[in-house]
Design a protein around this ligand. Sequence first.
Ligand code: HEC
Ligand code: HEC
Length: 501
Amino acid sequence: MAVGLALAAAITAHADPLAGLPDQRDDLNKKDRVRVERIVRPTSSFTQAEQFELMQGGAGTSTKLVNRDALSHFNANLTFEEEETFKLGNALFRKLWVSSPSSTLASDGLGPLFNGRACQSCHIKDGRGHPPEGAADATSMFLRLARPPETDEQRKTLEDYLIASVPDPVYGGQFQDLAVPGLKAEGRMVIDYQEQPVTLADGTRVSLRKPAYSVADLGYGPLDPETTLSPRMTPPMTGAGLVEAIHPADLVNQADPDDRDGDGISGRLALTRDPATGEIAIGRFGWKAQNATVRQQAAGAFSGDIGISSPDAPNPYGDCTAAETACLSLPAGIQADLGDTEAPDPVMGLVTFYSQNLAAPARRDVDDPEVLAGKEVFYSLGCAACHRPKYVTSRKAENPAHRFQLIWPYSDFLLHDMGEGLADGQQVGRASGTEWRTPPLWGIGLTQVVNGHTFFLHDGRARNLTEAVLWHGGEAKTARDGFAALAESERQALVKFLESL
Ligand code: HEC
Ligand code: HEC
């Protein structure tokens, strides 16, 4: 999302982008700091579950029944008033936007180009999306478009983190496969899978499907030859407010860009500008960690995914570009009596609050001997180096429910080179064409129950957890090879551990 020119002018050029970020927690006294350091230290004992491990989302953890709604509960420690806010947000998250002008008015403004009509169309049951199941159905997955900078001005806006990438001149930053009646969609995403057999050390055969992406039925002429396609499957939103509440110093301190500890793993911080403050902030959300806050992600989704303007992204035409004149000639859905955007506050605030407060589910089977054995394998293979188990959130978090919670997201929220096999070749902010953010793993074991499938990774190419791990390369190659060398019982235990998250 582009930031205003006034802001651009206020930014001092090319200062060290990391300079303003804290490397000390300023929310803890000395006694607390010692306590926190002790409690987040990786465990070395696997004979029983750790204290509080069951409650992976801290006091907000949902302990409700495991069923299709398991990822849709609010943080258990919200106040009664906040529960009501969450429910209003839920209604807006599920709301189907319609094209303008319509008889419902308050739901006007869809598109004109879009990928989904509601947040929930992609964030199915607040869980995970899936790759298209039929030729024309790309819902819950889309392509991001970007090309290398050409002009000095483009380079400068990138270096200043005012934009994360340069869009395609005609199709914009995202490929919209849907449009309002009377307008041509941008086209459709085409995926070709090729099966690649892999044999594990114990002789087990696995087949990985390698995707190739292209576009067809283009509505507005060819893509720029330099434009790259980056497929993105909808991730779950579990615990997003708690992820926001992780103190920035904890992320700064675990980044190891030059691999000084020599473990072959060199996580890098993603950086972006928080549109709310104009300051450089650590990116935490999205597969390339391109967004700093849930609100920034939600405003980007309203604009790019649904074509709805908000105070944070006020253009009612979403991702439609100057070259897409038919799109620009259609009516927008702004209702002057409600505000000057299609989703004015309180809409944006409510949807943001909702997205921040989806509870992490309680672990299942934490004490099961096989789960504990799998947990030990997870640590011994070095998975925990990126999928960092635990944090204690900041005492200064905006919402009291998110403050000073021991949480277990299993992510360092850093960018890692994952090798050519997973590469999309697209630079986004500081993330190179081979880098991805470590996704949190909490709730991953409920994918089958909630979404009825087990498609994983940024584009859903993995059909189960084993395939997801076998795709790891680059900095994670040693861990991947370790996994491929395991005996079957150890592999099964590791998968069982992941399924208990
Ligand atoms: C067309 C499908 C689609 C729609 C509609 C959609 N999303 Fe998303 N959402 C995604 C995808 C794909 C990602 C990952 C984006 C990326 O990596 O670039 C995502 C990421 C997110 C994340 C970050 C999760 C994380 O941990 O990284 C949040 C929060 C989110 N969406 C909220 C929303 C909200 C709020 C809405 C409605 C205003 C919405 N989304 C509408 C597909 C969608
Ligand atoms: C170098 C860092 C790193 C290491 C080490 C690592 N991972 Fe990952 N992991 C990632 C990243 C980054 C992704 C996302 C890749 C993508 O989507 O293309 C990921 C994705 C995953 C996923 C899929 C998550 C999802 O939401 O789709 C699983 C499961 C997983 N890792 C488990 C493991 C296990 C088990 C190990 C140890 C054998 C491991 N990882 C080691 C960085 C790492």
